[in-house]
Structure formats: C-alpha cells, structure tokens
Design a protein around this ligand. Structure first.
Ligand code: NOJ
Ligand code: CA
Length: 675
C-alpha cells in the first residue's frame, strides 16, 4: 500500500512543480525531495540513495487562514553557497558554511504565499517556512504539522517532551518506543547512520518537540501559550529551521556546525568586550546545604567570603567569580519570587566587592535568580543592568527556578521572547549572559554572541541533592543536548563523596535529599576531562575552593584556557565514551570519559603541530580507581610527546582522562606559593 502512495505523490509532484523539486548536499550523499499531493506539501530525505525520512507532511494550522493546503507551485529555484565565517568565540573560531538550497514558492486558494526553504549540507539539512498571509497582521498558530517519518527504527537517546524543563534523565530507547521527546533527539540506525533532530534560530516562536503519531512517525509539538494557541505571529513570518544532523559516526554529530550555519551573522557591532573565562563561585555550599542564599547565619555571599574567593581566583589564573545570594528577595523564593536586583544583602557590600575584584583583575559575575517571575524581572531589568554596568560588571548568570506566572511555560513563545529580551538588553550594557532554566540553545550565539552559555539539562547541582546524574549521563550529553550549544554544567567537583562536609554543624537538607546521602557519580579525573568535553565559554570549577587549595589536580584548571580556537571530537559512541581535543593558542587540551565500563582508548596525537615537542601533563584515573568504590584515586604524570606519538588512554569504570599539551619551551601556570 505504502509503495503505491509514495509513487502517486511523486507523480502528482512532477505534474504540479514548475522548476526543481529536489536538492542534494554538496557531496551528493544526502538528497531532499519536495512534493505536492492534492495541494498539501511533503518532503522526504534519502541518504546514499536509501530512504531515510519517508514522505512527511509540511504545513501550519492557523486560525486566520488555510496555511496547510490547496497549494500550487509558483516556481522553485536552486542555489549553492560556500563561505568561511568567523566568530569571537566558540569551539571553532572559523567555520565553513557549504550548502545547497532549494526554495519552493507556493500559493494557495486563500491567497497565502509559502516559501519552503531547504538547505542541505554534507552533515544534514534544515528547512523552514516563510509565510505571507494576506489581509491580516496577526496569525494565531494552532499547530505546526511538520512530520518526521523515519524510514526505519533506530536506537535513540532523548529526554521526554516537556515544555517547562529540560532537567530530566535521558532514555535509551528504540525510536519506535519514544512517545514524545525534547530535541535534540539523537539516534543510530541499523545501517550505522547517526542523526539528531533539533531546530535552529528559535526567535519569537515556541520550541518544537517531537510527538509520536505511529511507529517511527513523529509530528512537531509546539509549546502552547496559556490559551492553547501555540504562537501569535505577524502576517508575514518565518519559522525557526527544523534540522536533522546526519553523520556516519557519533562524533561527526559533535563536529557538525549545521546549527550555527543556519543562524544569522552577528548583529553586534563591537564584540571586543565578549570573552570566554573560567570561574569559581559562592555556589556549591548552598547546593550541599552548608550555606544559604538568604542573609542569615549560614549566608554564603558575605563580603569577607567574596574577598576569599577573589583572592583564590587571582592566585590561580581563574578569571571570574560568581556570588549567588548577594541580593534581597531570597526569602521569597518558591513563594512570591520578589527578587530585588539592585538591593544587596545586608552583609554583602557589592561596591567594595566589585572594586576589590577589579583591583585583582578578576571579573565579577552577577547573579539574577528570578524564580520564574518574569514580570518582576522585566520591571527591574533596565535599571538593574545599568547599575551593574556602572559598577563595571560584564557577566550575568540568570535563573528561572520556578513557574512563570499566568500559566506561561518556560519554553513557550512567552518564554522565548523573554530570554531574547534579556540578551538584547544585556548587549546594550555590554553584559554576557549565562542562563539557567533557559530555553534550549538553537545557535543564536552566532547572532548574539553575548549569549555565552546556559544550563538546559541536568547539571552538577543534581548530584548535591538528589539521586544525581548516572555515569553515562556525561557520555549522552555530548551527543544530544550539547549538539545544540554550550552548557554551564559546572564540572569540577573534587570532593566526590562529600566527605569534607560530614559533621559540618551548618549542614541542612533543603531539597530532595540530604547531601550526606548524595555523591557525584564519576571519578576525579573525569571531572577534569569534562572541562574539555562539555564546552562552555564560561566554564565553572564547581567545588568549594577549600577542596581545591593545594590540590595537585587543580593545576589542570589553572592551565586550561576557556577561549579555544579549534576543536575536534576524536572518537566515541553515544552513551559509552567520548574523546575531545581543543586548541587554544599553541596549547591543546584533551578530555576523554567513559560510562560505567572501564575502557582504554588508543589515541593518536596527530592533532598536535608537526615537528614540535610538547609536555603532556596526564591526569589519569589511579590503577585502583572506580567511580563507585574509589572515585578519588588519580595520578598525574608528565612526558614529552610529538604529533607522531600514540597514547593509551586508560580510564576506570565511570572515569576519564584529561591531558594538557604545552609546547616544551613554555611553563605551566605556577601554583600559589611556587617561585
Ligand atoms: C538553579 C540553578 O541551576 C543553580 O545554578 C542556582 O544555584 C539555583 N537555581 C539558584 O539560583
Ligand atoms: Ca537548574
């Protein structure tokens, strides 16, 4: 039956289309076909000549007009594009955008014009809708009808579909067993094709999730506004790109720049003030429950504590410091959410602290927890940012830990608009943003490079007060959430078993479980490796600084450069292991991690510059290390290597390895107290 249907569609298309109706990737191995059947648009995708996405519907259901049917062709065109562009920061500072484009112009009986734009790259495709609806300047989108009708089943990794949070555990399921999922949804077919569905350039529109209709057929499910409408847009509007990354290897997905390539170039005139950095902060103590955000006897963000953190940062080549709980309003968290963004806590002298940080050359990272109270935040936003800028602050972490008012969902058009407003306002004051409880990244960092990083998945915090993140969480993230963009996971806990807080009289349970019943589910070496693997231009060493002071492994963080120039994911399998290298200037940083199985990787060093000697400082799991039974066993060794060498990267169960490659004539950063 199905075969006849596909044939019929193809015949109708041939009759209906004036101009080209298919487009192939520059290397020819991915092909997209467009078709009209009884006035309804469809697309399909083949990879190496085999069906990959079968006939899948396109269109939008709207209140004002028919946006989904009675279409006929109004001509189509093909074009190609090949350009290298640069960005102020990123995994790679320079990126090639090489694609072929098919633009199909359609019009229907209601006078609606639709351009379906398909861009096909060697590593996947994106398509979007460009609508012109006559006679109205408002269109209410009730549903988007985009289908993804995958040709075969696959092993998939995703979190459940949810319009309010991404802080969920990953599922490893046959695609056919997934009922709904947030993107990126990644999968591997039996033919060995790796793919990931996501979206690019999400502006003024709700997020797209996938919902199963049957078998391996999915439809787009958009986050709704409180009245059930999905989006309110103008009469002329474009949707975000719907994207499918495709590769012959798992790491090929990580090395793809497709999401960034589908975003618009940078709109900021001056980007000199935007720069990646490493940071520490008054943070983990609250999550462990030995400090409080409120200004009581257990208050973490006091002026004296701030000075201690600044001193540590300055002495250890750490560029930024975050102080959570610096302001008034924390006593309303979880209730009225009345945070005050210009009123410092009584024991926190923000002027003194910002001045001290500046005198030490350390950047102050401001914190705005909103509790999800968007109206309260937007009322204060301009004043709060102006005040921060006047104190010389250029970095801001935001947070939305709590429901948004009026039944608005974090990932709805309401949420998307708000997150964008903060980025736009922050840019005016030359402030970089790290958003927690955010909208997922869709590559907008290319257009607005002050949107540095964000959370948007289960981060380190979950280890402090819940069953935590399973070892393989960190081998799934790079192939799913991290394909979308940087994440402020905050790796770097050294006191893996929270031994150093046992018996602390200030310890309280404040969330799901007491910290004494919790732990981090990795080895110590894996914490270091994740600084390389989990790309974040604002990279936090999460632990209490007393757990770092004098610790030999902290040298890795001192030496690390968050401002890399080039990156490559070298080897890995989804949910099993991953190895990544980044270059910053003439230094290379390597990180590899494994799930709960021990593993040894054979790692050629061909990424190093030929003919140069490097000192490799190797931070490995100890012989007897094991994430479950002996997580803190590690060893640091040094050897001289060149690009022709191959290393055996031995990793314990739930472990990893981090390596710094420094040209032999250079010194690694000195520890405090060294000559
Ligand atoms: C949740 C954020 O993810 C975390 O980093 C922050 O400390 C708390 N909210 C409080 O703002
Ligand atoms: Ca969070």
């Amino acid at each position: 039956m199905k075969r006849y249907f596909v044939l019929a569609v193809a015949l109708t298309a041939a009759a209906a289309c004036t101009g080209p109706s298919s487009v192939s990737s520059p290397d020819g191995h991915i092909k997209v076909d467009f078709a009209l059947s009884d006035g309804v648009p469809y697309y399909s995708v083949s990879v190496d000549g085999k069906p990959f996405i079968e006939q899948s519907r396109l269109g939008i259901a709207a209140a004002e007009s028919d946006l989904s049917g009675t279409f006929s062709s109004a001509g189509s065109s093909l074009s190609s594009h090949d350009e290298v562009w640069t960005q102020p920061w990123g995994e790679n500072k320079s990126i090639r955008d090489r694609h072929s484009e098919l633009r199909v112009n359609l019009k229907n009986g209601s006078g609606v014009k639709l351009a379906m734009v398909f861009r096909v790259f060697d590593d996947g495709l994106g398509f979007r809708y460009e609508y012109e609806v006559p006679g109205t300047d408002t269109v209410r989108v009730n549903d988007e009808l985009t289908e993804f009708n995958f040709a075969s089943d696959a092993r998939s990794w995703s979190i459940p579909g949810n319009f309010d949070t991404y802080e969920l555990t990953y599922r490893d399921l046959p695609l056919s067993a997934v009922e709904d999922a947030n993107t990126p949804v990644s999968f591997r077919t039996e033919d060995g094709i790796y793919a990931s569905v996501h979206e690019a350039a999400l502006v003024d529109y709700p997020e797209m999730t996938l919902r199963k209709t049957s078998g391996t057929r999915f439809t787009s499910a958009l986050a709704p506004l409180p009245d059930g409408v999905k989006a309110v847009v103008g009469g002329t509007f474009k949707t975000p790109w719907r994207t499918v990354q495709i590769s012959g290897s798992a790491v090929g997905l990580i090395n793809s720049a497709l999401i960034l390539n589908l975003n618009d170039p940078c709109v900021l005139e001056d980007t000199d003030w935007i720069r990646p950095m490493k940071y520490v902060g008054v943070w983990w103590g609250m999550h462990l429950g030995i400090n409080s955000w409120t200004a009581d006897a257990r208050h973490g963000a006091t002026t004296s504590e701030a000075f201690r953190y600044i001193d540590f940062a300055a002495a250890n080549n750490i560029e930024g410091v975050l102080f959570e709980g610096w302001n008034d309003g924390w006593d309303t968290w979880g209730a009225r959410q009345d945070f005050d963004f210009t009123s410092p806590a009584k024991d926190f002298d923000i002027r003194k602290v910002t001045q001290y940080a500046a005198s030490k050359g350390v950047s102050y990272i401001l914190h705005h927890e909103t509790g999800g109270n968007v109206p309260n935040y937007e009322r204060q936003l301009d004043t709060a940012l102006a005040w921060a800028a006047e104190m010389g602050i250029h970095a801001l972490k935001t947070g939305y830990a709590g429901g948004m008012p009026g039944g608005n969902l974090h990932h709805s058009q309401y949420g998307v608009r708000h997150y964008q407003k903060v980025i736009d306002e922050a840019a005016k004051y030359k402030i970089m943003v790290d958003a927690h409880e955010p909208i997922k990244p869709t590559g907008l960092r290319r257009t607005y490079p002050n949107f540095m990083t964000r959370e948007g998945a289960r981060g380190m915090e979950w280890n402090a007060w819940s069953d935590g993140n399973a070892p393989e969480h960190l081998e799934i993230l790079p192939y799913t959430r991290l394909l979308a963009g940087p994440m402020d996971y905050t790796p770097g806990t050294f006191d893996i078993l929270f031994e150093n807080i046992k018996g602390n009289p200030n310890l309280r349970q404040w969330n799901m479980k007491p910290a004494t019943e919790c732990r981090v589910h990795t080895t110590l070496a894996k914490q270091l490796a994740d600084w390389v693997i989990i790309y974040s231009p604002l990279q936090m060493a999460s632990d209490l600084i007393e757990n770092y002071e004098g610790h030999p492994a902290f040298r890795f963080f001192r030496d690390f450069d968050a401002d890399c120039d080039w990156s490559e994911a070298l080897q890995g399998e989804i949910g099993e292991y991953v190895a990544v290298v980044r270059r910053a200037g003439d230094r290379f940083f390597y990180g590899a991690t494994t799930d709960s199985s021990p593993r040894t990787l054979v790692q050629p060093l061909s990424f190093l510059e030929d003919g140069k000697d490097y000192t490799a400082v190797i931070y490995a799991d100890g012989e007897d290390a094991d994430w479950l039974t002996n997580p803190q066993s590690y060893e640091i060794t040094e050897r001289t290597v060149t690009s022709t060498d191959t290393l055996e990267v031995r990793m314990a169960a739930g472990g990893g390895q981090a390596i710094t490659f420094i040209p032999c004539h250079e010194q690694s950063e000195k520890a405090p107290g060294d000559d």
